[in-house]
Each structure stands twice: as structure tokens, then as C-alpha cells.
Design a protein around this ligand. Structure first.
Ligand SMILES: Cc1ncc(COP(=O)(O)O)c(C=O)c1O
Length: 349
């Protein structure tokens, strides 16, 4: 199945505008462009339901339903249930809140492993816990390749390890880390696997149960959506976390790990993601028996295959095409800057 590129383009208003249609912004930090389905839901929310949701009058009921539709849609796409999702303002904020929620369950001397291949979002919040006597160990990259060696994790992990915080795909070197192998080591040690999926998410629609992490975080603005951070957790793990919300939300699964009020319109708009994947699927495939997750995976795969095929043939791009371990990546020749003199990887976006 070949990607119908014109159809994909037609989903994005940015390509209808003569000025922006000339450009392909490949800067990962800026996030992805947004399809019309998401934009229309955002506009609709602001035009017709910009009120306190979940009330008794019509527009308030509609606002609440629009938000619930988005939770349902995200859950279907990730192959999970809405009550396992927290939708916060960003991944960094979700990690920060998560660290605070986990802290009461830790004691001095407990260990957390972070990597120096991660974004600061999944490092700094854990390092701060050293104030409470938590010992932070660093799983370090090979300074020549930027890769994490799984043997090093085996040497670092111990019966004191409570968490291993790592990325599924590095935003610096583009490596897809072997999540299942990592999770096996982490779980055999009785620890929790906390995975940053921000750079992974644009390269594969996660089936969170299949991945097997305990906590998985990513951000929808890099996957065609609004600026929302998604945090998924295993139910039994979530149950052990201390609520960080307003006291009256402490028992509400969707809100107990969000210290603020939810971003109504931005959340509601995310139901458009499912509609976008549906449109791509329906254009390219016919089997109507698939789950929403499966319907999302297929168009994403042909999109990435298309990209890979075109990168392979364009010698002007400095491409990395080993799909077994690398995300499809366009890299500028600035690799020498990615590892600083102290061995820490540069952590831009
Ligand atoms: C791999 C990775 N993790 C985390 C983040 C932080 O995401 P947020 O901007 O949602 O806090 C980024 C940001 O680009 C990232 O690339």
C-alpha cells in the first residue's frame, strides 16, 4: 500500500495557505503540523462551548461530552482505558508531578536510575529527589556513539532500585531503545519502568499494554495534536501514587495527578486525532473490523515507509535508515555538539 500524499496534504490547512505550503518544517522541537479535524474541534469548542464543562446547561454538557470524547479517543488509540490517562499541560510538567507523586512511597537509600541520553524532562525531576536521600544513578551513553548499552543497565540495577527512567527513542541520537529488554531487566529487579515516549510517539502509535512500561509519557503536539502532555500508568501503579490534585479531585482517576484544572479546549480537540487517523485509514484500507488502535497503526506505518523510501533515495539528506534501531531521522551535521565535554548529551527538545 502506497501513501496517497496528496490526500495527506489535503488534511492539513497549513498546506492550503500559499505562504506556508512552500515549506516543510522538519524541526522536531516545534512539533508537528495539525490536521483540520483537530483544528475544527478546537475552534468549535471556543466558538460554542467555552464554558465550565460538566454543568447542567446545554453548552456545558456539550463541553463535557467533547472532553470525554477526547479521553475515549486517546484511550482507544493507545489501546487502554480513559481512567489510566492523565492529560496535563506538558510532558515535563507531568514528569515533575509524577516524581512528587512517587516520592512519598520512597525512602532514603532507595535508588533511581536515569540516563544521560534522555531529555531533561525525565532527568531533573528525579535528581531533585536526592534532597530526600534518594540515590540517583546514571546509566551513561557510550560517548562515541551516543548509545545506551543494556549490559551497563544490568550492572547498575540492584535490589535498591525503585525506578528506571529512560526514553523509548532518543531525541538526540534517534535510537529506538529496546524497551522490552529494558523492561524485563527492570521488572526482574522489582523496579518500575518509567518511559519517555515523546520522540517515539511520532514513529509508532504506542500500544501501551504491549510496550509493557509501568508509566509512559508523551506529548500530543508532536503527534498532530494540541499542546497536551499524556501520562499513562498501569492501574495498580497509579493506585499507589499520592494524589497531587486539589483535595476534592483526589479520588478522580483523570484528575488526581493533575494539580491544575484540565485544559478544556485543548483536550477536547484531541478527539480530532482519531478522526484524522480514521480518514487516513479509510482512504488507504477497507477492513472495517479493526480496533481504533490498529486503524491508527496502519496509516502511520505507510507514512513512515514512504518517508524512509524517500530518504533512502535522496543523497542530499544526511539520513539514518536503520529501521531496526533508529527512528526515521533527518539530522543536520551537528552531531559533534550532541555530547558535551562532561559527557552529558545536549538536551534541547
Ligand atoms: C524526548 C523528549 N522528552 C520530553 C520533552 C519535553 O516535552 P514537553 O515540552 O511536553 O515538556 C521533549 C521536548 O521536546 C522531548 O523531545
Amino acid at each position: 500500500m502506497t501513501l496517497n500524499l496528496n490526500f495527506v496534504r489535503s488534511q492539513y490547512p497549513v498546506f492550503q495557505n500559499p505562504e506556508t505550503a512552500q515549506w516543510a518544517f522538519l524541526e522536531n522541537a516545534g512539533g508537528s503540523y495539525v490536521p483540520h479535524q483537530v483544528i475544527e474541534r478546537l475552534n468549535h469548542f471556543f466558538k460554542y462551548t467555552k464554558v465550565q464543562p460538566f454543568g447542567l446547561f446545554d453548552s456545558s454538557v456539550a463541553a463535557g461530552e467533547a472532553m470525554e470524547a477526547a479521553y475515549r479517543c486517546l484511550a482507544e488509540l493507545l489501546n487502554t482505558d480513559p481512567d489510566q490517562l492523565t492529560l496535563g499541560p506538558s510532558t515535563s510538567m507531568n514528569f515533575y508531578v509524577l516524581a512528587q507523586a512517587i516520592r512519598p512511597g520512597l525512602k532514603a537509600g532507595d535508588e533511581i536510575i536515569v540516563t544521560n541520553q534522555d531529555h531533561e524532562a525525565n532527568i531533573g525531576c528525579w535528581r531533585r529527589l536526592s534532597e530526600f536521600g534518594i540515590v540517583i544513578r546514571e546509566w551513561q551513553i557510550d560517548h562515541q556513539t551516543g548509545e545506551l548499552d543494556i549490559e551497563d543497565l544490568k550492572n547498575l540495577i540492584s535490589s535498591r532500585t525503585r525506578l528506571v527512567c529512560f526514553n523509548l527513542c532518543s531525541n538526540i541520537v534517534g535510537t529506538m531503545n529496546d524497551v522490552k529488554a529494558i523492561n524485563e531487566i527492570v521488572h526482574n529487579a522489582g523496579a518500575l519502568a518509567v518511559a519517555d515516549g515523546v520522540s517515539f510517539a511520532p514513529h509508532g502509535l504506542a500500544d501501551v499494554n504491549d510496550l509493557g512500561d509501568d508509566l509512559f509519557l508523551f506529548r500530543t503536539y508532536k503527534t498532530f495534536g494540541t499542546h497536551i502532555g499524556v501520562m499513562w500508568g498501569r492501574r495498580d501503579v497509579l493506585a499507589e501514587l499520592e494524589s497531587q490534585s486539589h483535595y476534592f479531585n483526589a479520588d478522580k482517576p483523570l484528575y488526581r495527578l493533575n494539580p491544575a484544572g484540565p485544559q478544556h479546549a485543548q483536550i477536547a480537540a484531541l478527539a480530532g486525532l482519531g478522526e484524522y487517523y480514521d480518514a487516513l485509514y479509510d482512504k488507504h484500507f477497507t477492513d472495517s473490523s479493526l480496533s481504533r488502535h490498529e486503524r491508527g497503526v496502519k496509516p502511520m506505518k505507510i507514512t513512515l515507509d514512504w518517508l524512509k523510501q524517500h530518504l533512502d533515495t535522496d543523497a542530499s539528506l544526511n539520513e539514518i535508515t536503520d529501521m531496526l534501531t533508529r527512528a526515521v531521522t533527518l539530522a543536520e551535521q551537528a552531531a559533534s555538539d550532541t555530547v558535551g565535554p562532561d559527557g552529558r548529551a545536549s538536551n534541547g527538545a
